[in-house]
Design a protein around this ligand. Structure first.
Ligand SMILES: Cc1cc2nc3c(=O)[nH]c(=O)nc-3n(C[C@H](O)[C@H](O)[C@H](O)COP(=O)(O)OP(=O)(O)OC[C@H]3O[C@@H](n4cnc5c(N)ncnc54)[C@H](O)[C@@H]3O)c2cc1C
Length: 480
């Protein structure tokens, strides 16, 4: 059996990639070693940039319907409420940033939504099917799968290892996973019912003399459960009783009865970056390529962005532009290194008990990530995220830039009255538009910028042209 792309691993990274490929008509197969889908909430914070990706992939409405905004956290010290705060302050949407706030949804629910979207393209995750080994050559990959029907040899043009931190793909390629595991820290994490607590809030319970070392409980959308995180002593067993004891001690209460965890895991800081993200026709994405601490809520989001960066490039390669994926490693490895720095710094703050340890900072939203070259200056240059903006059509109806970007195509924006909307790049998949400033009467087919903000200020500059990549970053900008 042959396919164009074989994806190993059906976590958020593999699912995003499979959707992005399937919507481009690529023949994709996605295999998952587990016998059933993981029920744990794990990455429950969806960052603003990921919400933009989800809008493009057609799952944002479902994500919004299933999730909740970041809740207020009630901070208890020695059993008394001392304050209420949010992990990140709520912001108002702007024309350029339609989704300025993270959105909360347990990872298992996000994955279910992604699987449902993938199924709309006729692709289903093959459970109980592990990638065992593979060889690769100049033309493709030959992989051995172990599935319910026994061993199977498959051929694919490309293989993507989205198979998590213990990645078979990474190990088979012999790629170093550089970094460290800190055995001195153990955390117990999981999903539990705590009936005595109002599910509309998050909670932080700690001793007043050690306010930053406590237990967090975050409500899980659509479930009567909280995601908890508590330090676990070196010899302590990861049991409900241990969690109950810790909660009794730091809360000073006896009415907070913890139910049996629906899912739990013991976590140690494991902070690593793969030395390479690609060897020939084999790629690494998500946790297979970078392992993050959960501080800052970056792991799942970074994997989804890897997939979104790679999908259109693999499709372009299958269409004949074989150099298209060449930028994947340089772009995404640099981003992963930066994000690891960010989440590690937040972890250090937690461990040291810094007072601002809960402030995640705006960079965790991943809106400021850019693929620009280090020497680039100015705003909105090649590599930067293309912002959203409202526009008006000649018939008076409105449309957002993100709606023009939506879909698998690249988008050419011709700014100014003189621009020729028909002048697009050679690539036939590109959609071209002509935009003018609010003061300029539009000609037929032109779009008028509403208001003045980042991108639409260009509309006054006759002749400026910008090519927006399918993943929403500027490929180039020519000033008129
Ligand atoms: C408690 C906790 C809290 C977290 N909180 C956050 C957060 O708030 N925000 C955030 O962004 N991230 C968070 N993360 C991290 C996030 O869960 C991971 O970064 C994310 O799951 C990575 O997605 P992935 O698809 O790359 O890998 P995974 O989710 O690990 O998926 C890999 C899949 O590959 C499968 N697989 C493995 N080997 C094979 C094989 N040989 N063949 C076939 N299939 C295979 C595995 O079974 C698995 O299903 C948290 C993690 C934990 C544990």
């Amino acid at each position: 059996m042959t396919s164009q792309v074989l994806v190993a691993g059906a976590g958020p990274t593999g699912l995003t990639l499979a959707i992005d490929l399937a919507r481009r008509g690529v023949d994709v197969r996605i295999v998952e070693r587990a016998t059933e889908f993981c029920a744990g909430s794990r990455g429950d914070g969806i960052q603003p940039r990921t919400l933009e990706v989800f809008e493009d992939l057609g799952v944002l409405d479902a994500i919004h319907a299933a999730g909740i905004p970041v809740p207020l956290t009630r901070v208890f010290l020695d059993g008394n409420v001392v304050t209420e705060r949010r992990m990140s302050e709520l912001r108002e949407p702007t024309p350029a940033v339609p989704y300025p706030n993270p959105w909360m949804l347990g990872q298992s629910d996000t994955e279910a939504i992604l699987r449902a979207r993938l199924a709309e393209f006729g692709v289903r995750v093959e459970l109980s099917t592990a990638l065992v080994t593979f060889t690769h050559d100049a033309d493709g990959v030959t992989a051995t799968l172990a599935g319910p029907g026994g061993a199977e040899t498959v051929r694919a043009d490309y293989l993507v290892g989205a198979d998590g931190g213990r990645s078979t793909v990474r190990k088979t390629l012999g790629i170093a996973f550089e970094g460290s595991t800190d055995d001195s820290i153990r955390m117990l994490l999981g999903d539990v019912p705590v009936d005595a607590l109002d599910h509309g809030y998050g909670y932080w319970f700690a001793d007043a003399h050690e306010p930053m070392h406590g237990i967090s409980l975050t409500p899980l959308a659509g479930r009567n459960l909280f995601q908890f995180a508590t330090p676990l002593g070196q010899d302590a067993e990861p049991t409900r009783a241990v969690l109950q004891d810790s909660l009794d001690r730091v809360s000073g209460r006896t009415d907070l009865i913890v139910g049996e965890p629906e899912w739990s895991t013991v976590w140690r800081p494991n902070i690593r970056l793969a030395q390479r993200f690609r060897v020939g026709r084999v790629f690494l994405a998500g946790d297979a390529a970078h392992a993050h601490p959960p501080t800052g809520g970056q792991g799942m989001n970074t994997g989804i962005q890897d997939a979104y960066n790679l999908g259109w490039k693999l499709a372009a390669a299958l269409g004949g532009d074989t150099s298209a994926p060449d930028t994947y490693e340089s772009e995404r490895r640099a981003v992963a290194a930066r994000i690891l720095g960010l989440s590690s710094a937040l972890l250090d703050k937690h461990v040291s008990g810094a007072e601002d340890a809960m402030d995640r900072g705006e960079d965790t939203h991943q809106l400021t990530l850019t693929y620009r070259t280090p020497d680039a200056t100015g705003t909105l240059v090649a590599g930067d995220r293309a912002p959203d903006a409202p526009l008006r059509r000649a018939d008076g109806s409105t449309v957002r830039l993100f709606e023009l970007f939506r879909g698998p195509h690249a988008t050419l924006l011709n700014f100014g009255a003189e621009a020729d909307s028909a002048a697009g790049p050679e690539d036939t998949g590109t959609q071209a538009y002509s935009l003018v400033g609010p003061e300029t009467p539009p000609r037929d087919g032109q779009l008028v910028a509403i208001g003045s903000h980042a991108f639409t200020e260009y509309a006054a500059d006759a002749g400026t042209r910008v090519l927006v990549r399918p993943d929403g970053y500027l490929a180039w900008r020519n000033d008129g």
